[in-house]
Each structure stands twice: as C-alpha cells, then as structure tokens.
Design a protein around this ligand. Structure first.
Ligand code: CP
Length: 317
C-alpha cells in the first residue's frame, strides 16, 4: 500500500477489516516488522485520538515514531506554486515534504480544510502535494475532505457489533454545533459504508446535504425521526453546510441525540468520532448509557492504524 487517503486506496475493504480484527486479538504479532523504520506524524491541527493511536500503532510494529506539530513547531508553510515568497510564509512545501521524506519511511499528515473556498478544499492540494513530493508512503490522518483511519475504525466497530448474516441499518445523523465543522468525517463515513453490507440513511436539516459524490447510493432524509425508525446504529456528527460552503445555517434545536430519539430505533448503538460536545451533539445520558460505543470506537483506531501501517511496511520491506 503506497497511500491511504480514502476507501478507494483499499482493494478489498472486507479483508482489511478482518486484518484489523486479527491485530486486535494479537497486537504484537508483528513487533519487529518496523524495526529500523521511522514513522513521521505531521499535524497542522490539534488531535488526541489520531495522534496517540497512530503513534502507538507504529510502536506496536517496532517503528521509531516522530511527531511534529508543524503549524506550531515548523516554519510557516507555503503551498502555492510559482509565488514570490515575500510575505509571511517561510518554507515551501516542495522542500518541506521532500526533506521529511528523507527522514521518514512512512509519513502521516493531518490538515483540516479552511472552509472558505470549496474548490480549494476539495482539491486536496496539500495532501496531494505531500504524496507527490515526500517520496514515501503517505497516510492521511484527516484531510480536507476525508478521515479514512476514523472510517475504517468505525466500520470495524459496526462489524464487531453486528450478528453474522445481518445487514444493519446505519443512520448518519447530523447534530448541532456552535461553529463551522468540516465535512471530512461524514463524507468519509458515507463513502466507507457504501463499501460495506449495510443500509445507509443520512439525515440532516435542509441546506446541510453533503456533496453527492460522497453520498450517492445512500438515502438522504430531512426528517430525523423518520430516518431513525428501526436503526441498528446511529452515527452522530455535526458538519457545516456544503451548499452554502462552510456556513452554520441553524442552531439545530431538536437534532441532539437523546434517549427519546433512541426510543425510535431498534435499540441502536450510538457512535461518534470524538471529541464530542456533551449536551449539544449528544445528551449526557446517551453518552454515559449502555448503547454508547464511543470509547470502543476510539480503541479500534489503534488497530485500524496498525493494519494500514503494516500493509505499508509490507510494501517497503
Ligand atoms: N476522532 C479524531 O480524529 O479525534 P482527534 O481529532 O482527537 O484525533
């Protein structure tokens, strides 16, 4: 595996899910595979789960791991080609990515969208330039439009909680938030679910439909109560408007996931990628209740990252 930026980089999703589950049973089976190999994790935005789970995944495989908060600890990065760098940027991505590729055998990078220019964000310019320039395998730690390590862990969590032979109904349910949030998790979740044996329903207020390229094949309903009927899993997540790009159009009153809403479902398990705004996106009772899977989801981030890194190491061994 040369890059892991979306579900489209995975030839057989079911096989990768099985590999994650096997690693969860025996995480140290390949503890020397990454010996003398270096994993560089580059963050331009904050992280708790992605940072720690991917770092630990590398360590479980015997890798050396370096972490850099590039936005705070590196030089101000220029990504545009052909510009005169007489402003605030100090280092061009052409040198920065190539230099990091000298020190690392695999690079992970996190870069959120600015949510100001749809075309710019959806072009995935920074991620694509890193892939082009670093010269080593690149894993997305969340990019402008997708969060593939999260989605793989989400799919593994659903698989673990589903009886053999059952095709669960999975509802991606928009939730309120106080500020504009990227579409990455929701886009990515939808894309991965379309590759799995599930019935996917997406519910969000008018004006919050995700980009069709990510939701094609799923049912999109603007009535949350209707969408929740008979759900086996409810994935709660906020995102800003795609149509009115990056804007918050409503306070979302009535969209928070509560026990009353869960009563409409088939005793659904509740998921969220975290961090979560308690009492706004999800009620305290749901998060602390028996149907919440959020901690196990976060646990599965480790094994998802480990399976992806293992495949990359197998490719460069
Ligand atoms: N879910 C997730 O990616 O969490 P972090 O932003 O803390 O890494």
């Amino acid at each position: 595996m040369k890059q892991f930026t979306s579900v489209h980089d995975v030839p057989n999703v079911a096989a990768l899910v099985e590999e994650v589950l096997q690693l969860k049973q025996a995480p140290y089976t390949h503890k020397t595979l990454g010996q003398d190999k270096t994993l560089g994790l580059i963050f331009l935005n904050p992280s708790l789960r992605t940072r720690l789970s991917t770092q630990k995944a590398g360590m479980n495989l015997g890798m050396n791991v370096m972490v850099m908060n590039l936005d705070k600890e590196g030089w101000a990065l220029e990504t545009r080609d052909g510009v005169v760098m007489d402003g605030t940027t100090v280092e061009h991505i052409r040198e920065a990515a190539a230099v990091m590729g000298q020190y690392c055998d695999i690079i992970g990078i996190r870069s959120f969208p600015k949510l100001q220019d749809k075309e710019e964000d959806y072009s995935e310019d920074l991620l694509n330039k890193f892939i082009e320039l670093a010269g080593v395998p690149v894993v997305s730690l969340e990019s402008a439009t997708r969060h593939p390590l999260q989605s793989l862990a989400d799919l593994v969590t659903i698989k673990e909680q589903t009886a053999a032979g059952k095709r669960p109904k999975v509802v991606l349910s928009w939730a309120p938030h106080i500020k504009p949030i990227p579409h990455c998790v929701a886009n990515s979740f939808s894309e991965w679910m379309q590759q799995a044996d599930v019935e996917l329903v997406i519910t969000n207020p008018e004006g919050y439909d995700l980009a069709e390229e990510f939701t094609r094949g799923a049912q999109v309903l603007h009535n949350q109560d209707e969408a929740l009927q008979g759900a086996d899993f409810v994935y709660v997540k906020n995102w800003s408007s795609f149509e009115n790009y990056g804007q918050v159009l409503t306070d979302g009153k009535g969209w928070m996931m509560t026990n009353e809403k869960l009563a409409l479902t088939n005793n659904a398990k509740v998921m969220h990628c975290l961090p979560v705004r308690r009492g706004l996106e999800l009620s305290h009772e749901v998060l602390d209740g028996p149907n919440s899977l959020v901690i196990e989801q976060a646990n599965n981030r480790l094994y998802a990252a480990q399976a992806v890194l293992k495949r990359m190491l197998d490719g460069i061994a």
